[in-house]
Design a protein around this ligand. Structure first.
Ligand SMILES: C[S@@+](CC[C@H](N)C(=O)[O-])C[C@H]1O[C@@H](n2cnc3c(N)ncnc32)[C@H](O)[C@@H]1O
Length: 311
């Protein structure tokens, strides 16, 4: 069943019957709440999305690509930069379980990688994987990019679906650009709200659906694309490359939507399984994101972008 503006209210009612929006909409996402969410959801990602530990969207450009190959799209973009510029020191922020850095560290044994994240549990998974693979050029470090001082130097700093958690993108970019070596680059892949001129105005039900979709990712809201432009401009760095991959992530959002809708078939049963903790709360949080994510992508309210910023 496709989600449309006409049937959005029906799905909102079902969701509200499972878990009242009053409690959901009062939740706030501090850094420790985000970390606790990722600690619990890490297992769900490994079980249902990527046994290798990827916690981001696959990018699909052709019909023949396999899931893991699509998940490596973002890391391959960094790989290309490392080859082109002969980079030697790479930092990944918000590395999760290290899926991207492990792939890169295996390819480039002479390049030094540091993978950082706020969530200990997932760093531990990454560390163990890297040890099993005998990687000597990759280290993991606990780091909160909203609070900790950036005391590293790097040729590339990249973040895949993590800078959406930046509380202040301008000051984060200031820190990152100060940490970059000359000719260094920052690479971002993330979801953003598009420019209002592309979608017009959201009605009240859409606003609620959007708020819930963000809640599912432990976010109050996604940043607007304009915030990236402003963060670049303020810091006197250059936006070298920008690409909208919304259409390439839509197929996986559609799969995500179908899986999420299954939990709305019998709302009373989902409510019971949640109460019995047979369905983990963090897994249920992803249901509205799954249901409404594709809707907002198709509506062109939300988009998935890559940015490369040059010092
Ligand atoms: C969607 S996951 C992406 C993980 C990884 N980049 C990947 O592609 O598999 C977002 C990650 O950002 C991390 N994160 C969120 N806020 C952070 C912060 N303030 N500092 C460092 N990491 C953070 C989370 O712990 C989580 O691992």
């Amino acid at each position: 069943m496709k989600i449309t503006t006409a049937n959005l209210t029906t799905y909102l009612k079902k969701l509200n019957s499972i878990r009242s929006f009053d409690s959901i909409l009062n939740e706030t996402f501090t850094s420790s709440a985000v970390s606790s969410y990722y600690k619990k959801i890490g297992y769900v990602y490994r079980r249902y999305h990527s046994p290798e530990g990827a916690m981001h969207l696959p990018i699909k450009l052709t019909d023949t690509e396999r899931h893991t190959y699509k998940l490596l799209f973002q890391a391959r973009a960094v790989e290309e930069l490392i080859r082109t510029h002969n980079y030697k020191t790479i930092v990944e922020l918000g590395c999760g379980s290290g899926f991207n850095s492990i792939y890169l560290a295996e390819i480039f044994p002479d390049v030094q990688f540091t993978a950082m994240d706020i969530t200990d549990a997932n760093l531990e998974v990454g560390k163990q994987r890297a040890e099993t693979k005998g990687l000597k050029n990759l280290s993991f470090q606990k780091f909160n990019f909203n609070e900790d001082v950036h005391a590293y130097r790097a040729d590339v700093i990249f973040g895949i679906e993590t800078f959406c958690y930046a509380s202040d993108l301008k000051s984060l970019f200031k820190n990152l650009s100060a940490s970059l070596n000359p000719n260094g680059r920052i690479v971002l892949f993330d979801g953003y709200e598009k420019s209002p001129s592309e979608y017009g105005v959201l009605n009240p039900d859409e606003q609620l659906a959007y708020r819930l979709a963000c809640w599912g990712f432990a976010l109050d809201k996604f940043q607007e694309v304009q915030e990236v432009y402003d963060a670049v401009k303020t810091n006197d760095i250059t936006l070298e490359f920008e690409k909208d991959y919304s259409n390439a992530v839509l197929p996986s959002y559609t799969v995500f939507q179908k899986a999420s809708l299954r939990l709305l078939k019998f709302p009373w049963l989902t409510k019971l399984l949640l109460a019995l903790k047979i369905i983990p709360y963090e897994l249920y949080m992803q249901v509205p994101s799954g249901i409404f994510g594709a809707y907002f992508l198709e509506r062109k309210f939300f988009g998935y972008y890559q940015f490369i910023v040059k010092k």
